[in-house]
Ligand binder design. Structure first.
Ligand SMILES: Cc1cc2nc3c(=O)[nH]c(=O)nc-3n(C[C@H](O)[C@H](O)[C@H](O)COP(=O)(O)O)c2cc1C
Length: 301
């Protein structure tokens, strides 16, 4: 069994900040180091931080509800939070969400390669294509491109990024103090990627990291998204309302991975579950009801 903890870089849940037991120090390093230690002690494989590049504006076309109720807000940058969590753990995987829509392959490849080195191979990247026009509007666009265009761009992003990660051979570094030779230039190659959306000369400025590539996480659900995920992902996240639909999704993703020439066993599918723990069933239900009573309808919307 693999366990990934879905945690925000901010308050937890729609109104998680409001719970009487909730810590209010989510703008401090101690909050993240505490969660990291708890997850590692509980044998979780991975801490996963979602992200979006905008304040939510889906209700009423403005950000007032997000600020007033603290729903989807704040969102700290996942990567520094994970780097701090890495420093107090040894085994926990560290997954950051970064959009292919509003970054460049070179900066992304460099950041994740650095995190993978500094954590001895524990970095993971949740590849998303963004989902709100509000995100597009922070990067010079009026609207998100249509889904097919977003996934075509993501496809190029992955091609360019993996080429950057492959630009240094495993044995490119020599560091021979006697001769003064630091590395073998013939074991480092330019990237020379030219696509419709991205052009990258390369090579990367960071030698190949322990995992080579970070663990690739994806959560595509549409046909385009499933195709992308089954081609690139090591881990697929999904959310299902019934056991049957989860099973059908699992079978579909394994079959798609095989169609891409991959070993389906290499693809792990993790389904979302929200758990409420109590010593008895009644205690758990009472906890759940107390939590639900804190949700203002506007925050939920
Ligand atoms: C568990 C889970 C976590 C997700 N986290 C994010 C996220 O942090 N940021 C984001 O932009 N999208 C996130 N998504 C959305 C997916 O990337 C994807 O866009 C969505 O499942 C719809 O699929 P589609 O892109 O094929 O239409 C998440 C989806 C799931 C199921």
């Amino acid at each position: 069994m693999h366990l990934a903890a879905f945690m925000n870089a901010g308050a937890q849940g729609t109104i998680g900040w409001r719970h009487p037991d909730a810590a209010d120090n989510f703008l401090s390093a101690e909050y993240y180091t505490h969660i990291a230690r708890v997850l590692e002690a509980a044998c979780f494989d991975m801490a996963f931080i979602p992200d979006a590049l905008a304040m939510p504006r889906s209700l009423g076309g403005n950000f007032d509800p997000a600020v007033r109720w603290g729903s989807g807000t704040p969102r700290l940058d996942p990567l520094p939070a994970l780097a701090i969590m890495a420093a107090v753990t040894r085994h926990l995987g560290l997954a950051a969400t970064v959009s292919t829509g509003y970054h460049q392959p070179f900066t992304l490849a460099r950041t994740f390669s650095t995190l993978d080195h500094l954590t001895h191979g524990r970095a993971a990247w949740n590849v998303v294509t963004s989902f709100q026009d509000a995100e597009a509007q922070n990067f010079g666009e009026d609207k998100l491109p249509p889904r097919d265009v977003r996934y075509a761009k993501a496809e190029e992003f992955m091609e360019a990024t993996t080429r950057l990660w492959d630009s240094w051979a495993d044995d490119a570094l020599v560091m021979d103090k006697a001769s003064g030779v630091f590395g073998h230039p013939e074991r480092v190659r330019a990237t020379d990627y030219k696509g419709e959306f991205f052009k990258v000369q390369g090579p990367l400025g960071v030698p190949r990291s322990p995992q080579g590539y970070p663990v690739i996480v994806q959560a595509g659900a549409s046909p385009a998204g499933r195709d992308f995920a089954s081609r690139w992902a090591d881990v697929i996240f999904c959310s299902h309302e019934s056991f049957e639909s989860a099973q059908a999704f699992y079978a579909d993703m394994k079959q798609r991975a095989a169609a891409h020439g991959r070993d389906p066993d290499q693809l792990k599918v993790i389904v979302a579950a929200t758990t409420v723990i109590g010593a008895t069933h009644d205690e758990a239900i009472a906890k759940h009801n107390a939590y639900a009573a804190l949700v203002t309808p506007e925050a939920g919307l």
